[in-house]
Design a protein around this ligand. Structure first.
Ligand SMILES: Cc1cc2nc3c(=O)[nH]c(=O)nc-3n(C[C@H](O)[C@H](O)[C@H](O)COP(=O)(O)OP(=O)(O)OC[C@H]3O[C@@H](n4cnc5c(N)ncnc54)[C@H](O)[C@@H]3O)c2cc1C
Length: 491
C-alpha cells in the first residue's frame, strides 16, 4: 500500500507553488508547509497500518491492491457505515481540523461515478475519461484537491461578465489532443499536499457561458498552473507548544491560476454544456456524498471543541456553576443534534443506481445547521474562557528562562491544572478559536460548501413542500367556508 514516505516523495514534483513573492522549491521541507505535508503523509501511513486494514482500506476492484476506503462505492447501508467509520478515523488524526483530507474530493468523485449515466448522456467520451481517471486515482490512492468556485470579484455578474475577460478559468482553445484553460479558480485547499487537482464549477452558469463549463483533472505540477498560497499559519506558529494546531494542521488555501494550461481529452470529463455542468453535482450524488464526508469530519471536530469547552470550565473552576452547566448542556444538545442528523441521513438513506447514499434533504439540513452551529460553538468557548485566553506568556521562550518560568508558575493558577498545564491548554484553545488559524476555521465552516443562501436554496429545493402544503389543504377541507350572511352574529 502507499506509504506516507512515498506520498511525500511524490510532492517534490516541480509544482509552481508561490509564497511571499517566490516559488517554493520543495513544499515538503519548506517551513511554511513541511508540517502539514507530514500530516498528509500520516494519513497514508494510518491507512496502510496493518491494524487499520479492515477499518481504513479496501481492495480496489480494478487492481486488487488495498487503497483508502474512501474510494469505495457503498452498495448497502452497512457499507456506508463502514466508510463513515473510516472517515471518522481519518478525521480523528487531525481532530477534524483538516477539511480537505484525502477522503473529501475522493467522495465527490465517488458521487460522480455513482451517477455516471449523467455524464454518459452528455458525452460518452467524457464519461469514459471520468471512469478511467477514477480507477487511476483510486489505484494510485491519490490525494486530490479541487477548485470548483470562481474567484470572488463582482458577484452581481456571471463568469463571462467579469471585467478584464480573463479572470475566470475557461476553455480558450481545443484541438484533437485536448483543451487549453486560461484564468483562475478559488480556493485550492490542501493542494499543497495533493497530487492532483480537479477543476470544475459548481456555481450556476447561463447559456452563453459554455466556455466556463468544464470538469477536468490535472497534476498539481502541470506547466502553466500556478498556486498562490495565502499567508501560512504554519510559518507563523511560534512553536508547537504555542500554536499546536497551526503547527501541524494548516492545510493551506491557494488561488489556482491557469496560464494556457493544456489538459488532454483523457482527463476532461465534461465540456461546454452548462446544463450538464450543474447536473454533474445534483443529478449524480456528488454534492450529497462530498458534503456527507464534510459532516462526518465536522462531528469529530465538534466533539473535540466540546471537550475543550468542558475542560475550560474545569480549569477555571466554573464547572459546577449552574449557569455554566446550562451553557455546556445547551452546547452538548446542539452537537448531539448534528450526530443525530448524521445517523438520520444514514437511516433514511436511499438506493441510488446500485449504491446506498445518505438522505439528500437531511444532508442539506445538516449543512445549514452546521453553518450556524460552528460560530455558536466558537462564541461559547470564548465566553466560557474569558481573559484566560489572553493572560498567557508571550511564547514558549518564557518557559525556558528561569525568571519568567517562575513568574508563570506564580501567576497561572487553576483548581484542575498545574500552571504549565493551564498555559498549554489555553494556548491550544486560542489556536482553535482565536488565532488566525482559528479565525480561518470559522470562515471555512461558514463557507466551504457554499454561502448560506446557497445551502438554504438546496433546502428549499429538496424539501417535501407538496406533502407539507397538502397537510394544510387536507385540514382546511375538514371545515366549511361560511356562505355570505351565513354566520350567526356577523355584523
Ligand atoms: C477557508 C476556505 C476554504 C475553501 N476551500 C475551497 C476549496 O477547497 N475548493 C473550492 O472550490 N472552494 C473553496 N472555498 C470557496 C468556497 O466554496 C466559497 O467561499 C463559497 O462557495 C462561497 O463563495 P464566495 O466566497 O465567493 O462568497 P459569495 O458567493 O461572494 O458570498 C458572500 C456573501 O455575499 C452575499 N451574496 C453573494 N451572492 C449573493 C446572491 N446571489 N444572493 C444573495 N446574497 C449573496 C451573501 O451574504 C454571502 O454570504 C473555500 C472557502 C474558504 C473560506
Amino acid at each position: 500500500m502507499k506509504t506516507g514516505a512515498q506520498h511525500l516523495q511524490a510532492l517534490d514534483d516541480g509544482r509552481c507553488w508561490m509564497l511571499d513573492g517566490v516559488a517554493v522549491p520543495d513544499v515538503t521541507v519548506h517551513p511554511a508547509f513541511r508540517n502539514f505535508t507530514a500530516t498528509a503523509a500520516g494519513f497514508f501511513d494510518a491507512i496502510a497500518a496493518p491494524q487499520n486494514q479492515a477499518l481504513m482500506s479496501f481492495e480496489s476492484p480494478s487492481s486488487g491492491a488495498r487503497v483508502g476506503r474512501h474510494w469505495q462505492l457503498p452498495a448497502t447501508r452497512d457499507e456506508l457505515l463502514g466508510v463513515r467509520a473510516h472517515m471518522q478515523a481519518l478525521a480523528a488524526l487531525s481532530c477534524g481540523m483538516v477539511g480537505r483530507s484525502p477522503d473529501h474530493v475522493a467522495a465527490a468523485l465517488v458521487g460522480m461515478v455513482m451517477g455516471i449515466e449523467v455524464f454518459e448522456r452528455h458525452d460518452p467520451r467524457g464519461a469514459a475519461a471520468l471512469l478511467d481517471y477514477f480507477r487511476h486515482a483510486r489505484d494510485k490512492d491519490l490525494y486530490l484537491s479541487y477548485v470548483i468556485v470562481n474567484p470572488q470579484a463582482d458577484r452581481s455578474r456571471g463568469a463571462a461578465g467579469q471585467a478584464g475577460g480573463d479572470l475566470v478559468a475557461r476553455i480558450v482553445d481545443e484541438d484533437a489532443q485536448g483543451i487549453t484553460i486560461r484564468g483562475a479558480k478559488m480556493l485550492a485547499t490542501s493542494a499543497v499536499a495533493a497530487n492532483e487537482i480537479l477543476v470544475s464549477g459548481i456555481q450556476p452558469l447561463a447559456p452563453g457561458d459554455e466556455a466556463y463549463a468544464f470538469t477536468a483533472a490535472l497534476p498539481v505540477a502541470t506547466p502553466g498552473l500556478t498556486l498562490m498560497s495565502r499567508r501560512s499559519y504554519e510559518a507563523m506558529a511560534a512553536s508547537e507548544f504555542d500554536n499546536p494546531l497551526s503547527f501541524r494542521f494548516d492545510e493551506n488555501d491557494a488561488v489556482a491560476h491557469f496560464d494556457d494550461v493544456r489538459i488532454p481529452h483523457e482527463r476532461v470529463f465534461l465540456k461546454r454544456n452548462v446544463v450538464a455542468a450543474a447536473a454533474q453535482w445534483h443529478d449524480t450524488r456528488a454534492h450529497v456524498y462530498q458534503n456527507y464526508q464534510s459532516l462526518v469530519r465536522l462531528t469529530v471536530k465538534l466533539r473535540f471543541l466540546l471537550g475543550m469547552a468542558h475542560r475550560i470550565a474545569e480549569v477555571n473552576g466554573t464547572v459546577a456553576m449552574p449557569q455554566v452547566r446550562d451553557t455546556l448542556g445547551a452546547l452538548a444538545a446542539k452537537v448531539t443534534l448534528m450526530d443525530a442528523a448524521l445517523a438520520g441521513m444514514e437511516a433514511a438513506g436511499e438506493a441510488y443506481r446500485g449504491c446506498f447514499v445518505p438522505n439528500r434533504s437531511m444532508l442539506c439540513a445538516g449543512q445549514a445547521a452546521a453553518q450556524r452551529l460552528y460560530p455558536e460553538v466558537v462564541h461559547a468557548l470564548r465566553e466560557l474562557a474569558g481573559g484566560g485566553l489572553i493572560m498567557l506568556p508571550s511564547s514558549v521562550q518564557d518557559l525556558l528562562h528561569p525568571a519568567t518560568r517562575s513568574l508563570v508558575e506564580r501567576t497561572q493558577h487553576s483548581p484542575a491544572a498545574s500552571p504549565l498545564e493551564r498555559v498549554k491548554f489555553f494556548k491550544l484553545v486560542w489556536d482553535a478559536v482565536g488565532s488566525e488559524f482559528g479565525s480561518r476555521h470559522l470562515q471555512y465552516e461558514m463557507f466551504y460548501s457554499g454561502a448560506a443562501f446557497v445551502i438554504n436554496g438546496h433546502n428549499y429545493r429538496f424539501y417535501d413542500w407538496a406533502g407539507a402544503v397538502g397537510l394544510v389543504g387536507d385540514f382546511m377541507r375538514g371545515y366549511e367556508t361560511p356562505p355570505l350572511g351565513g354566520v350567526q352574529g356577523a355584523p
